[in-house]
Design a protein around this ligand. Structure first.
Ligand code: ITT
Ligand code: NA
Length: 179
């Protein structure tokens, strides 16, 4: 049995492959992303729809993540993907550099669907926005610092130990092991 990870983001797949014992395969399907500020709801709907499209016996997972900057009222949040593509992370850093408080959180919701049940698992990690540092990871990793290191300065294994995605994957792994 494989776990079909429905995503266009290779970085997410790399992290899930590193973390999970399961055979993770990237599955290319463009599910409808609903307008919502609830990452778990977005992921759950995507997983349900993708599972129907996939057919077969393999369960699917969908990951919806976002960067929430406290003093920007949670911006870019559910719009993180759009903001990365349009403003880019350098300009997100410039926006944050004007703030007195650069606190932020990275959130992740992973939804699992196997045709019978849909389960969601969430992880969140506090940090702060800094000038870009590091060459690893993907997306906003160079500007998100946790405990003195940016995500982009960490190995995949280290990031998984503490990251929003690692925490959500940990719960998924525990749930799968108990099934
Ligand atoms: P899929 O929807 O195809 O999975 P995506 O990259 O659009 O890929 P999201 O909507 O969940 O996925 O991602 C929101 C944005 O946050 C997007 O710009 C990502 O690159 C970024 N992102 C997600 N997880 C991240 C992480 O662990 N580190 C840095 N940036 C991340
Ligand atoms: Na997306």
């Amino acid at each position: 049995m494989s776990l079909l990870f429905v995503t266009t983001n290779d970085g997410k797949v790399r992290e899930a492959t590193d973390y999970l014992d399961a055979d993770v395969e990237q599955f290319d399907y463009d599910y409808a992303e609903i307008q919502s500020d609830d990452l778990a709801e977005i992921a759950a709907r995507g997983a349900r729809e993708s599972r129907e499209a996939a057919g077969g016996d393999d369960p699917v997972i969908v990951d919806d993540s976002g960067l929430f900057i406290s003093d920007l009222d949670g911006f870019p949040g559910p719009y993180s993907s759009y903001v990365e593509d349009t403003l880019g992370i350098e300009r997100v850093w410039e926006l944050a550099s004007d703030l007195d408080d650069r606190s932020a959180a990275f959130r992740c919701a992973v939804a699992y669907a196997d045709g019978e049940t849909v389960e969601t698992f969430e992880g969140a990690v506090p940090g702060r926005i800094v000038a870009p540092r590091g060459t690893g990871g993907f997306g906003f990793d160079p500007i998100f610092e946790h405990d003195g290191e940016t995500y982009a300065e960490m190995s995949t294994a280290r990031k998984n130990e503490l990251s929003h995605r690692g925490r959500a994957l940990e719960q998924l792994a525990d749930w799968l092991a108990a099934e």
